[in-house]
Design a protein around this ligand. Structure first.
Ligand code: AMP
Length: 487
């Protein structure tokens, strides 16, 4: 059988696979009474175009290529065209890549906005080298941009997963040395083809992200990429098909191809995969554009007949939050309700949570742990924030209890004014306890009620002499930071 199949042309094999697919769907259909989900908007087929480029360190040349591929796609009826990561340029060195970076209102994106408008097509421009902020000018953002057919930017996403390896005597590549990681997933964008979940290249290896996008309503996932030859050969198609099958989404994957300069080549094989996992179109060797249909009726059929999404057991999967410590950027400030928290009083920080010393302590070592996002109530936090907040609180409680020579710790969260919350930003109080520190153990709660208030029950003025000095707070934070040095 295998021999026979290998004698057939690719087109015949594809037809056979398609026939098998339709047949098996029919079989599924016969054994189920499910109709299409009533809450799903069904739109007719739309043509998508996926591009394959061989970009050089020459922005003008690359724009010319991009434009001609988009024009070809338009002639073939595309409503939306997808360009690969580094569609603007592939630099020869890190320095060159940084120096060529532009802002979103620079010439490259302005030209693509004009192309989108004049050809009346939507564009996905994945992996744009976007200049970093002034305080971090030696790094860029790897930005995926969606432009609508009027030429407006409707979404941007900063690539979140960055490749950092340092193997003794082997590969050393630290993407975070020159790229600032994004800190959030962009909710799916409503496009004429369907709801589009945006990601970039290396993100493809993290199924959690695709599942999150699917849960937020994505029907199409896209991974503009510049895979190397070895990783492309081994993993590219299998990863794309896996993301399509497990999420029952179309996957659109534009790609860089061929030799860019002496040091870098890409694998190519830009393709579109349907929600059943079949590769429905693929670019040929070299620069090319391939088109196919995005058929949401078919997508809904696949989802109805194999409702894996409804069978997910989120109740039994462990939270994927790692609470990994992150460096605290110089001069950074964070909001704590109406207050501003400076870097020097923070002693532990993850991408979602910060732990900092208190302006007025009920007991020595009384510190606070808060989500970085200003969120007033516990109920408004995301599951990831809750998980991270408590994981960090546990770490902090363990360390301060031991550092202050205590044997117990009171951990408190006052949620809402009637529970005693005065700063309207969720925070966990960590209070190391010693035997006999209060006459009765629970007296600590009445002390917490009063400690930051004046005689009329109002929060102490900023100018009050009862607050600790900034120097005193910074010194305590510095000591605590040392205790977390290796975590
Ligand atoms: P609660 O009354 O539960 O809202 O607690 C607010 C806590 O925040 C109190 O322990 C205050 O001492 C503390 N606090 C208020 N402002 C600051 C600040 N700027 N820096 C550090 N801690 C603060």
């Amino acid at each position: 059988m295998l021999d026979k199949i290998s004698c057939l042309s690719k087109a015949t094999v594809r037809k056979l696979v398609h026939a098998y697919k339709v047949q098996s769907l029919r079989i599924c259909k016969m054994s189920t009474t499910n109709g299409l989900p009533s809450n799903t908007e069904i739109t007719g087929p739309g043509i998508v175009a996926v591009c394959q480029m061989n970009c050089k360190p020459n922005k003008d040349e690359n724009i010319k290529t991009g434009k001609s591929l988009i024009e070809k796609a338009k002639v073939r009826g595309a409503k939306m065209v997808f360009l690969p990561e580094c569609f603007d340029y592939v630099g020869e060195s890190r320095e060159q890549s940084i120096s060529m970076a532009e802002n979103l209102d620079g010439p490259v994106i302005t030209q693509y906005k004009n192309i989108a408008k004049s050809l009346n097509v939507w564009l996905s421009l994945g992996g744009f080298h976007e200049k970093g902020p002034e305080h971090d000018a030696s790094r860029i953002y790897n930005t995926h941009i969606i432009i609508n057919s009027k030429g407006d930017i409707v979404a941007t996403y900063h690539k979140t997963h960055l490749f950092d390896v340092d193997i003794k005597g082997g590969v050393k590549l630290k993407e975070t040395d020159f790229t600032i990681p994004g800190s959030a997933i962009e909710p799916p964008v409503k496009t004429p083809l369907g709801n589009l979940g945006i990601a970039t290249c290396y993100d493809l290896r993290f199924p959690e992200m695709s599942v999150a996008l699917r849960q937020q309503g994505a029907q199409i996932l896209t991974y503009p990429s510049a895979f190397t030859q070895p990783t492309g050969m081994a993993h590219w198609e299998v990863l794309l098909r896996s993301r399509a099958i497990e999420n029952q989404c179309y996957v659109v994957a534009a790609a860089q191809t061929g030799k860019h300069h002496a040091k870098r080549s890409s694998y190519g094989h830009a393709m579109v995969v349907d929600p059943w996992g079949a590769v429905v179109c693929q670019c040929k060797e070299g620069e090319d554009v391939a088109v196919t249909e995005i058929d949401l009726t078919y997508l809904n059929k696949v989802r109805t007949q194999m409702p894996v999404q409804q069978h997910r057991r989120c109740d039994i999967y462990r939270p994927t939050v790692t609470s990994q410590k992150e460096p605290i950027v110089d001069n950074a400030t964070y909001a704590f309700g109406q207050h501003t928290i400076k870097r020097d009083i923070i002693f532990y920080k993850t991408h979602l949570t910060m732990a900092f010393v208190n302006r007025k302590c009920v007991v020595p070592g009384h510190v606070l742990v808060s989500p970085i996002r200003v969120v007033q109530r516990f109920s408004e936090m995301t599951p990831e924030e809750v998980s991270d907040l408590f994981t960090v609180s546990q770490r902090v409680a363990t360390v301060v209890e031991s550092h202050y020579g205590c044997s117990s710790v009171t951990v408190g969260l006052q949620d809402g004014p009637d529970a005693g919350q005065t700063v309207m930003h969720v925070h966990v109080h960590i209070l190391p306890r010693k035997p006999g520190d209060f006459k009765r153990n629970d007296d600590i709660y009445s002390e917490m009620e009063k400690h930051d208030k004046d005689s009329s029950g109002e929060e102490l003025e900023d100018s009050s002499s009862e607050w600790r000095t900034p120097e005193d707070m910074a010194a305590e934070a510095s000591t605590l930071r040392q205790l977390f040095k290796d975590s």
